[in-house]
Ligand binder design. Structure first.
Ligand code: ARG
Length: 465
């Protein structure tokens, strides 16, 4: 007999039962479900809807079931459809018919919304922790490599020399914005839907504020229909997660390129690579490759949920059961990626000589040669053309900008003087960008300091929630 079997004359078709059941995945919500029920029954008791005895029996029953679940002693049943009805049935078996009073003033529609809010609220904080760990790893490497210069790239062509710290801190900025996004969406996750009932509220004199306080929610849903049909907070979570994955994927792509023999800028720790079953020389960057590869599925979950919601009329529709697997998979995928990225960055061996060699040997200082002439009063457009011819000359003669003599420079423009060589030294080129957000040593140092302060602020925020 189903918990809702009263108005039915036949048992459910076997295939229907399997097709509609969510217990296969929503058992992940077991802790949240029991926690929500404990708060609900406490309120039913305090409001006089249940007697103190009934409240006590049901609470103890729920606690016993939670212990049994934690001990791995409970097997869930598909015929009971979902986690909510499985727990309710277990409760009735545990404490007898009085267990059937737990669901007073509540529907699975507001119950499942509550469970998901509790689940995503905790996971949001975990994602922020993971993002902090990745940023800490970036800061650690940045601190070690303020004076490591490498070519910065545009169009994947060497553009201008930058400090490795600056390059890494660009990623820390992205992850910092990701943290802000999760902190902001947290406000909309931290809302309490219970009390909406199936759609319209409940005639029982419940105390929604008490349940919210018990479960440490900041706000209540103010509209019962919105409470049971809102999945915006899940869409936001998936959107935030997608963007984090995109950032991790871009970082991964750079690590993959940088660890190739062609670049040779970093070597990933052996513990984070795998070999080839056939080619003995291979050391493959599987971890960043997989992070890059798994980004698509997280983005897919976001699009899938939006699509599910797109034409749904109010309020709860069974379609909404489809919100869970994508969110669960996203949590697993993103936390795995964050947990691996931090130690991978920390253990990465940087080939500073190779980076410097590339920064020096290209034409990364060409803009600075043009700026040099411009500073001497040559119109920048003319200076650009002069340096273009200089670069062409170097390419044709197998020369470099730093290798050319002053005489050679003067053949291209009389404004060149003895200080030109010093001006195009990679450090000088980086230090010339002495603007806020630029590559000058002091600017990079203050960016590092600022980033560390931001990480401390996030830690302090985590203490307040
Ligand atoms: N398993 C359902 C879900 O995840 C719970 C809510 C079911 N409500 C209902 N009226 N069938 O969406």
């Amino acid at each position: 007999m189903k918990l809702w079997g009263g108005r039915f004359t036949k048992p459910t078709n076997q295939l229907v039962e399997e097709y509609t059941a969510s217990i296969g995945f929503d058992q992940l919500l077991v802790e949240e479900d029991i926690r929500g029920s404990l708060a609900h029954v406490k309120m039913l008791g305090a409001s006089g809807i249940l007697s103190p005895d009934e409240m006590e029996i049901i609470s103890n029953g729920l606690t016993t079931i939670r212990d049994r679940v934690r001990a791995g002693e409970v097997e869930f049943s598909v015929s009971l459809e979902d986690i909510h009805m499985n727990i309710e049935q277990l409760l009735i078996e545990e404490v007898g018919p009085v267990g059937g009073k737990l669901h007073t003033g509540r529907s699975r529609n507001d119950q499942v919304a509550l469970d998901m809010h509790l689940y995503v609220r905790a996971r949001t904080l975990e994602m922020i922790q993971g993002l902090l760990a990745v940023q800490k790893a970036l800061v650690m490497q940045a601190e070690a490599h303020v004076d490591t210069l490498l070519p910065g790239y545009t169009h994947l062509q060497r553009a201008q020399p930058v400090r490795l710290a600056h390059h890494l801190l660009a990623y820390a900025e992205m992850f910092g914005r990701d943290v802000e996004r999760f902190m902001d969406s947290y406000k909309r996750v931290n809302m309490m839907p219970l009390g909406a009932g199936a759609i319209a509220g409940t005639p029982f004199p419940i105390d929604r504020e008490q349940v919210a306080a018990e479960l440490e929610f900041d706000r209540l849903y103010e509209n019962s229909m919105d409470a049971v049909s809102d999945r915006d907070y899940l869409v936001e979570f998936l959107a935030n997660a997608s963007l984090v994955m995109v950032h991790l994927s871009r970082l991964s792509e750079e690590l993959i390129l940088w660890s190739s023999e062609e670049f040779g800028y970093v070597e990933l720790d052996d513990a984070f690579c795998t070999g080839s079953s056939m080619m003995p020389q291979k050391k493959n960057p599987d971890v960043p490759e997989l992070i890059r590869g798994k980004t698509g599925r997280v983005m897919g979950h976001w699009v899938a949920l939006l699509t599910t919601l797109k034409a749904l009329p109010l309020t709860y529709n069974k379609d909404m059961q489809e919100d869970k697997e994508g969110v669960f998979d996203t949590v697993a995928t993103l936390s795995g990626a964050l947990a691996l990225t931090a130690p991978m960055l920390e253990g990465m061996n940087v080939k500073t000589d190779r980076m410097r060699q590339h920064a020096e040997e290209g034409f990364a200082a060409a803009t600075d040669v043009a700026d040099y002439l411009a500073a001497k009063g040559v119109p920048f457009r003319e200076a650009h053309a002069v340096v273009g011819r200089l670069v062409l000359h170097c390419i044709q003669e197998g020369e470099t900008l730093s290798g050319l003599s002053l005489d050679a420079y003067r053949k291209f423009h009389p404004a060149f003087e003895a200080d030109i060589h010093q001006r195009i030294h990679v450090e000088a080129v980086a230090d010339a960008r002495d603007v806020r957000g630029g590559t000058a040593r002091n600017r990079v140092l203050s960016a590092l300091k600022q980033k560390k302060e931001q990480l401390d602020e996030t830690l302090a925020w985590l203490d307040t929630v």
